[in-house]
Design a protein around this ligand. Structure first.
Ligand code: SF4
Length: 217
């Protein structure tokens, strides 16, 4: 009997084991990317560069182009009883049609909780769809920023801001959450806005997305 490949994967070291994930090839599917995020993108190196992972991400991308993608994804979420789905560990909403497929998935899966970080707020055709996602009770939407993107002109209801710090001397950005590149994570910080997985204090207590929950609760 043929094996049916799942669309979703489950967990990783940062997310914990209970969160289901969906990813695409990074950079090529990120129309809102900045040079700053592209230069430090974790999803373009390390294990993401392994042949098997690249093949898997290319397969995911091909599935996302299919007309039955939203139905298949919603069915799989129901069948697996997914409680939390992280959309795009790698990759982003690459165009409006693809974003609309995820909006349909979310509307048909109200028992699951979805969350994502996106720079596609910089792509005007995608923004209305992101705003519809952010308005759903089952969705937690984050707009990703960095020193290069600056802040969005408009932050829709339900959207929070996640800033990527790439330099120690950057001015603090007005954001609900701060991520830091690896070389900046050793510094102790009094800032509660920093992702605990990226601080020495949080690492000491094994903080991960599953037991933290700030981004998806
Ligand atoms: S703040 Fe918490 S939930 Fe958000 S990315 Fe960091 S560990 Fe995960």
């Amino acid at each position: 009997m043929a094996t049916v490949r799942s669309l979703l994967a489950q967990g990783n070291g940062k997310l914990g084991s209970a969160i289901h994930t969906w990813s695409l090839p990074a950079i090529t599917t990120c129309p809102g990317r900045s040079a700053a995020c592209e230069g430090v993108c974790y999803a373009a190196r390390g294990r993401f560069a392994l042949g098997a992972v690249r093949e898997r991400l290319a397969w995911n991308h091909a599935q996302s182009l299919r007309g039955d993608f939203a139905d298949r994804m919603a069915r799989e979420i129901r069948r697996k009883g997914c409680l939390v789905v992280r959309v795009h560990v790698g990759g982003d909403f690459y165009d409006r049609g693809y974003a609309e497929k995820w909006l349909a998935v979310m509307r048909h899966s109200p028992k699951a909780r979805f969350y994502f970080y996106t720079r596609s707020w910089r792509v005007p055709e995608v923004v209305p769809v992101l705003e519809e996602m952010a308005a759903l009770r089952c969705c937690r939407a984050w707009y990703s920023t960095d020193a290069e993107t600056g802040l969005p002109d408009h932050v829709p209801p339900g959207v929070r801001l996640a800033h990527l710090r790439v330099a120690a001397d950057e001015q603090p950005a007005p954001a609900d959450l701060e991520f830091r590149v690896r070389r900046l994570r050793a510094a102790r910080t009094p800032l509660s806005v920093v992702c605990p997985h990226e601080t020495p204090e949080g690492r000491a207590r094994d903080a991960n997305c599953g037991n933290c929950g700030r981004c998806w609760r």
